[in-house]
Design a protein around this ligand. Structure first.
Ligand code: FEO
Length: 388
């Protein structure tokens, strides 16, 4: 990727990873991603804000070479390797550069790489550094995404370099988000997969940056954002306690008993005017399901019993949901068994992080009969009652 000017003296020097399909060996990135790194050239000093994933170090180094600038400061907003992975290479080229970061990030960087203490300038929250005619202000924003995360604000240019905060896994040749709809899709998916577990901390951090006059957000993944108020408004909605009256229904079926129940309850919910999104776990791309959970009030889980427990496809999915802590309010379990089941207990244990109120469980032996369909109607009524 070539060097691109954002404003006078501010350049994007990171890398596009068109091929990356998975993050953390877990999270699908069907549109690839970018590792954004920014160069801020002041009248006296030059700072590099974050580096790139180790796999793209040569791209970053080529871009730095192209600028011909000498780097005085390497700002580490976050220690995760997709942003810190090229710091050693940059330090090798610019041995006098100082790594500017917060105490938490320093600790993490020292645990990942061989750094001596004198390479660091350790910041206090709210501290600024002058580059001459540009000033960098650092605001600690812990837990977006790790405890070390901070953001860097260029006062004169009103740009917030927000690291993972407001990011999106979207490989694009466009410097800015092309439209709001696209931003909504990929920023929301990113929030669901990366940020959702830290909802309370994000609320606090949104307040911390509230008084900044921001014209441009430069995240560390995905395109720049030229309309910051839009993404900030979306984040405020996602982290709020308000849910939308939606039913998200992950399911798996082996011999159709559970599928018949799912088809029935989906129709029963639609007939009651309730928005419902079923996700077949043998086909779903997990990011789609996680994104749907950002706003929804209700999770209905459906599976057959396997060796007394929920089918492993459902079990692994709710294990992940439990880790990501969506703001669900209500849950329900439906499914089937042949000769016995402990599915309800197991599912509730797997979701122990969530503070949800359960509707009545509907577990049936074999193929559903009339009384089972009536139980599903009752469940649909219970769900409707929570949404009136
Ligand atoms: Fe993109 Fe938390 O690193």
């Amino acid at each position: 990727m070539a060097v691109r000017a954002i404003k006078k003296g501010i350049y994007a020097v990171g890398a596009i990873d068109w091929d990356r399909q998975l993050f953390d060996e877990l999270i699908p990135t069907p549109q690839g991603t970018t590792y954004n790194s920014y160069l801020v050239e002041g009248s006296e000093k030059t700072a590099l804000i974050d580096t790139v994933d180790p796999s793209k170090t040569s791209n970053l180094m080529d871009n730095l070479e192209e600028t011909g600038l000498k780097i005085d400061y390497i700002i580490a907003n976050h220690a995760e390797q997709d942003h810190s992975g090229s710091i050693l290479a940059v330090l090798k080229k610019f041995p006098d550069a100082v790594v500017v970061t917060n105490p938490q990030c320093k600790k993490l960087l020292k645990s990942f790489f061989q750094f001596s203490d004198e390479k660091f300038h350790v910041l206090e929250d709210g501290e600024s550094i002058s580059l001459g005619d540009k000033t960098l202000k650092f605001i600690f924003t812990p837990w977006v995404h790790w405890p070390d995360t901070m953001v860097t604000y260029v006062e004169q240019d009103k740009i917030l370099f927000s690291c993972d905060f407001f990011g999106s896994h979207l490989a694009t040749s466009q410097l800015y988000a092309p439209d709001a709809a696209l931003l909504l899709v990929y920023a929301k998916r990113y929030y669901a997969e990366i940020m959702m577990p830290f909802r309370p901390m994000i609320k606090t951090n949104l307040q911390k940056i509230d008084n900044l006059d921001i014209e441009i957000i430069g995240p560390s993944h995905g395109p720049l954002i030229s309309n910051p108020s839009e993404i900030i408004k979306l984040y405020s909605m996602w982290v709020s306690d308000e849910t939308l009256p939606q039913v998200i229904l992950p399911y798996v079926s082996m011999h159709d008993s559970t599928r018949i129940m799912v088809d029935y309850i989906v129709e029963a919910l639609i007939n009651r005017g309730i928005e419902v999104k079923p996700f077949n776990l043998s086909k779903v791309e997990i990011g789609e399901l996680l994104t749907a959970l950002v706003d929804a009030s209700t999770l209905v889980m459906a599976a057959p019993t396997v060796l007394t427990k929920p089918h492993p496809l459902l079990a692994q999915t709710i294990y992940l949901i439990n880790l990501l802590r969506p703001k669900l309010e209500y849950g329900a379990i439906i499914g089937s068994f042949g000769w016995g089941t402990m599915m309800e207990k197991e599912i509730k244990e797997l979701l122990s992080n969530l503070n949800i109120e359960y509707h009545e469980t509907v577990l049936i032996k074999g193929i559903p009969e009339d009384k089972d369909f009536q139980d599903l109607n009752n469940l649909a009524d219970q769900i409707l009652k929570t949404m009136e």
